[in-house]
Write a new protein. Structure first.
Length: 156
């Protein structure tokens, strides 16, 4: 069974990612997100198929630099622990490092641009677009910004 990693930051991006949980039964799946009180239930529900990165926000730039650096190193560790053939992400900063690591080691990268943006690019979208094997947008208007993307409609 193909190993698929589902990764996103917490909050709305995780909510979007979890809309894909019906796919879990078809793959040897693994979930990575940021550790917050609001998503600790994932560990209970999905047991050893969940790992957490440190929660960080760019609102606190000084501490964010250290947290992001730590998450990059932890992402390397998790990538080699999981060894996914496919990485599926709805973003954001939490997912970018592992997507680049995955691309380096020939994992397929599937990026789903957030539903929240219908007329502007996200930073993670800009970064992952050039390396994505499949880049999906949820609004047709986003095809103007990402011409090689595929319109997938809403995942909600």
């Amino acid at each position: 069974m193909k190993k698929v990693l589902f990764i996103s930051s917490t909050g709305g991006h995780l909510s979007e990612l979890m809309q894909l949980k019906r796919l879990f039964k078809y793959y040897n799946y693994y979930i990575i997100t940021e550790k917050t009180d609001s998503n600790m239930y994932l560990k209970d529900k999905y047991k050893n198929r969940v790992s957490y990165l440190v929660y960080g926000t760019k609102d606190f730039p000084f501490s964010y630099i250290f947290k992001f650096t730590y998450n990059c190193f932890k992402s390397i560790f998790l990538y080699f622990k999981i060894r996914p053939k496919v990485i599926i992400t709805t973003g954001t900063h939490t997912a970018v490092p592992i997507c680049f690591i995955g691309k380096l080691f020939r994992s397929k990268i599937i990026y789903i641009e957030t539903f929240a943006n219908m007329s502007t690019k996200t930073i993670s979208g800009k970064l992952i677009y050039p390396i994505a094997d499949l880049f999906v947008v949820q609004w047709e208007s986003m095809l103007k910004l990402y011409p090689k993307a595929v319109y997938g409609g809403w995942i909600f």
